[in-house]
Design a protein around this ligand. Sequence first.
Ligand SMILES: [Fe+2]
Length: 549
Amino acid sequence: MINHRPTVELRAVESSAVRESIDRAKHAEREGRWAEACAVYEQLVRDPDALSTTRLAALRWLGRAYLEQGNRGAALDVLEAAVTSASIVGSPRTVAQALNVVGIVYQVGGDLDQAATIYAAAREKAGLGGDGALIAMIDQNLGTVAMIRGDLRAALEAFRLSHLGYQTLGMRNHEAQILNNIALAYMELGELADAEIAYNEAARTFEEEGDHARQLDLAVNKVQLYIAGRRYDEALTQCQALLSVAKDEAAPWRGEVMRHIGVIARERGDLPQAAENLHKAEQHAIESGDLLLRADVAEQLAEVYWAQKRHRDMLQSLNEAHSLYSQMKAQHRVAQVEKRNGALESRFLEMAKHWGDSIESKDRYTQGHCERVAFFACVLADSSGFNSRSLFWFRIGALLHDIGKIIVPMEVLNKPGKLTEEEWAIMRRHPEAGLELVADIDFPGDIRAIIRNHHERWDGAGYPDGLKGEAIPFAARILCVADVYDALTTTRSYRPGLTHIRASEIMRASTGQFDPQLLETFLDWAETADIPGRPTPQRMAIFASGVGS
Ligand SMILES: [Fe+2]
């Protein structure tokens, strides 16, 4: 979305020295030298030669500059002072301007409720002050907040109001910026025809205004429209045209265009070409420090690897995207990151489940095993006090716990009778094989322990490390209980599924296998829980052999 920065006009006559300072600071801002801009604004705030309106405006600009430097606390302090001073000495318009920037600080910090409340207050003051441009600007910000929240109809309504305001004032360039936002909202709604109308109108306006830079930004956004409408030829033509413009310059959107080319290749089934272009986009994103693009490219690469069945690389890319989103959150660039990260986590879980399933599908008796184990294990982890963040990673680990079974031949996995010594030796290698698969992925939390140690026994007689008691990682002890319970209560190649009562008896009798406390907590829960697909007493098995695999 085209970034919107509030513009403020000076209406009083200022001394030339003060005007020069303002120009210098604004120039520094445009070039991203925020520390320099801050220094000038700090001087202006205290400059006795400056008009009071200028000193007030400088407080607001200073707040904005602190925000750009990532210093939200300082920004809020300065802006609160600006609001207070404006309330005492200024007009409603001045108060509205200061409140608007306070709203921006909260919005950037991800506190959308507070931002919306403050924007509404700012809008009211701007109305009292009769400042149409400021009202349009605030409507634009209200629309952006609604869009981040996912309330796209409200966003469209606010953007339309803003557009009308700018139109009435003849502010053509602002009109076009808002049309770009309207197009993005229609895109999110999947209403591509309306998005295209808005883009085309914005493009015409930018052209008339001679705003070449924004015309190009818009053209980059429009590629997404073509991709969404599966108009790949047009999308590619547009990308090539953009790249030829950016040939000799470091256009900020170059990486984004490479990303688009990668996505087009992927959608057309040319996976090697897709990977190559996405890697180029990744390189641009790294060079320009664009974390959002890097995260996005990593997500797209995960999809390519998924299609290529390169599951390990897929996990690595998903993990990278996730860690980038976490970094962005830490930098308080939260709002849209929160939403995108939520979508990424869902996709992450989905891909982990699919991979788990694809390994299981070699074993026709264990369909859905990974997902059920993950469900049981998460219930137990939750009752053991894992927070939601740890639970996410715990769930990923539980879904992936048996990925090492990829090394076990299908005839061994599906063998109805007893395994030979040699076959058992292969089967027992799966925890280590699983860990080797994820060895160079920088996973957080307990994933490695779950994969490697889910066949350890409380008495130390398990494998692969023969760990004993509390030396076994807690997450692996949980997984062991969940894994065995599911193995017992579902039909296997060598026996039908058991009821809860029979499974409990077997697990309790398997002295030394489980953490006793975790086992009791789990069986207590499972006794009364409504577990889909649980065997009924009519299907009660009369024999059982083998506990887990
Ligand atoms: Fe296993």
